[in-house]
Design a protein around this ligand. Structure first.
Ligand SMILES: NC(=O)c1ccc[n+]([C@@H]2O[C@H](COP(=O)([O-])OP(=O)(O)OC[C@H]3O[C@@H](n4cnc5c(N)ncnc54)[C@H](O)[C@@H]3O)[C@@H](O)[C@H]2O)c1
Length: 272
């Protein structure tokens, strides 16, 4: 079973392709012999990535310079995919930004900037590629959301609000376009080391503190994320629609475990 996921030759678009998760997702797709369309803002970087994938994995690929907040830029990306490959199979929305400030200090421009990339950008990419998917009568969306779409990411302005919007956008896409053979799901990661989160891991003590909050006692890797993306992108998840996959090493269920007990929670249980 060399092509268990069935992604060989599937045209897969990845936004935020040269970011921490984006690169790993593109590499994982290429390793499955998928056709990789890498979208990001820096033309030179996407071109380098796609050249490397073509050379290493002997796949077909396309590098597209695209700002997901600009309608014409996204439409141009769809045109390039149509002209080159004629169709699209999978779109993975990954492009995102994170800005910090206590709410009372946050300026309106920053609030809007985060919503523009994280929510409006996902919408534009989904809307423009979705029209093509509807004509084809098939397609799959995987949107990178976050555990912080359900729990506020404090002092991070519009980040949680934007991702909560992504969760609902994904459900609406599934509900309206399911009849056209289109699926839409979100991945909800937490505690993954990438350029976006690198500053949180600069201090080993902070990193250790973060590990202890998870059930798995480790920080997530971009490979963990890419593996889950492959599954949701593939027909192996063909009856999974309008839902979310939490990928956080069990962090979300550890709240109760944070409540102190005399002698420690395990110690208490062993002595009572
Ligand atoms: N790192 C984590 O712990 C974590 C956890 C949960 C969710 N996420 C989400 O995962 C996704 C990827 O995050 P990452 O950690 O790889 O971040 P990253 O900063 O490494 O990559 C983000 C990429 O998005 C691109 N981008 C930003 N604005 C863009 C625009 N307007 N148009 C096109 N591309 C644009 C950037 O150029 C960059 O390559 C994001 O949506 C993020 O919110 C990350």
């Amino acid at each position: 079973m060399s092509d268990w996921l069935g992604l060989k030759d599937k045209v897969c678009v990845v936004t935020g392709a040269v970011g921490g998760m984006g690169v790993q997702i593109c590499q994982a797709l290429a390793a499955q012999q998928a056709t990789v369309v890498a979208l990001d803002m820096d033309q030179a970087k996407v071109a380098d990535l796609v050249t490397q994938l073509i050379n290493e994995e002997h796949i077909a690929g396309l590098a597209v310079s695209c700002d997901v907040t600009k309608e014409t830029s996204v439409q141009h990306a769809v045109d390039q995919v149509k002209d080159t490959f004629g169709h699209v199979d999978v779109v993975i929305n990954t492009a995102g930004i994170l800005k910090f400030d206590p709410l009372e200090n946050l300026d309106y421009a920053t609030w809007k900037q985060v919503l523009d990339v994280n929510l409006n950008g996902y919408y534009l990419v989904t809307h423009e590629f979705g029209k093509l998917m509807i004509t084809q009568k098939h397609g799959t969306f995987v949107h990178i959301s976050t555990v912080a779409s359900d729990i506020p990411e404090t002092y991070s302005g519009a980040y949680s609000t934007s991702k909560a919007g992504v969760n609902m956008l994904s459900k609406q896409v599934a509900a309206e376009w399911g009849m056209f053979g289109i699926r839409s799901n979100v991945l909800e990661p937490c505690l993954v080391k990438t350029p976006m989160s690198a500053a949180f891991y600069a201090d080993p003590q902070v990193e250790n503190g973060r590990k202890t909050l998870t059930a798995s006692k480790r920080i997530g890797t971009t490979t963990d994320i890419a593996n889950a993306v492959l599954f949701l992108a593939s027909d192996r998840s063909s009856y999974i629609n309008a839902t979310g996959l939490v990928i956080d090493g069990g962090f979300s269920v550890m709240m109760q475990n944070q409540i102190p007990k005399p002698g420690g929670r395990r110690g208490f249980a062993e002595t009572h």
